[in-house]
Design a protein around this ligand. Sequence first.
Ligand code: GLU
Length: 429
Amino acid sequence: MGAQGSFNPFEMARVQFDKVADLLDLDSGTRELLRSPLREYHFSIPVRMSDGNTKVFQGFRIQHNDARGPCKGGIRFHPQETVDTVRALSMWMTWKTAVVDIPLGGAKGGVICDPHSLTPQEQEAICRGYVDQIAKNIGPAIDIPAPDIMTNAQHMIWMLDEYEKILGSRFPGMITGKPVGLGGSLGRTQATGYGLVYTIREALRQLDIRPAGTRASVQGFGNVAQYAIELLERIGGKVVCVSCWDQQDSASYSFRKADGVVLDELRSITDRFGGIEKDKAKELGYEVLSGAAWLEQDVDILIPAALENQITGENVAKISTQVKVIAEGANGPTTPEADKVIHERGIFLVPDFLANAGGVTCSYFEQVQCNMNYFWEMDEVLGKLDLKMTSAFIAVSDLARKKKLYMRDAAYIIAIDRVAMACHQRGWV
Ligand code: GLU
């Protein structure tokens, strides 16, 4: 991620932005403002390790834009995290909150570390150390972190606890993705995967395809992928291939079952690093294929739900002619080169910052519930999530149809226009 070859996600985010800035004929001041983050914090987090030595971890928080409301976005723990990855992700968060029209801006955080090789105490120390460095620059009305790759509700509550100790009061709206019962929202864990499926359902509707009987192939088996598979199956779809990273082999594999993978079965053979155990999968009748195989399946729907830079100029030609929808669960999984081909082939693309906006939308609901100190039932959360995702999808697909635009460009036009308008109205540009 971020460090693969010459791939630079921030450059990619800028290429995507520039294209739409041209289409919108944005003035140079607004263009310059939105091409870069407003603020960046880079800091060191010293941690006393369990062996008694001190290790210093690098942390980042990058606030891209807060014209529409406080900055919002997750914190990732990853050994290959780079500043440019975090910059790109912060920019995508701005477009994400804008496209679903929630009153928030965009930010992202990261720590260069590998949680797989850290004890829970060391992870807790990183979380607390992260907040110690950035406490003055985050908060419910400034910038609200959330979980992302390799961070979860436990990390969030450690961070909240540290923040509240520093400030000497309770601020449940300072962070989202908290445990249910401690200011968290029901449905937050499911929200990104479910939200993704709401957009797939709408894409299929536009194409006049019934979800029942559709086949999908998924890259990733983390939080987003698992809940997407769960809901996709519930609406009648079948996931026939799942690809997953194997920590021990430092390689990925695809697991195929022609009559559909069984989610609970795969969950039960997932190792403590989140990888699927190959031998056990074989015993259960799965074909174990190369990590790249997920992209080459004869399916109706492809769901990249792992990392950025996965569908590229090199492998895009391998996408089957049967594929009708690509729904991007991950942030930035498709490079501009591959994007061009997908557009030319007429595949219906649900772009990342629309497709995976369910997480941040539910985070917003979590904040609303914290402000009221009154928490909704699951059905209420999911009903509101479906409404928000579906109306955002329809706004984007209506524009795409009317102006004969690629879905990614249509989503960008709506998002950038909203953010640019907020900047103008505030008198920034
Ligand atoms: N990390 C998630 C994302 O990339 C959620 C962010 C949030 O809830 O603030 O959208």
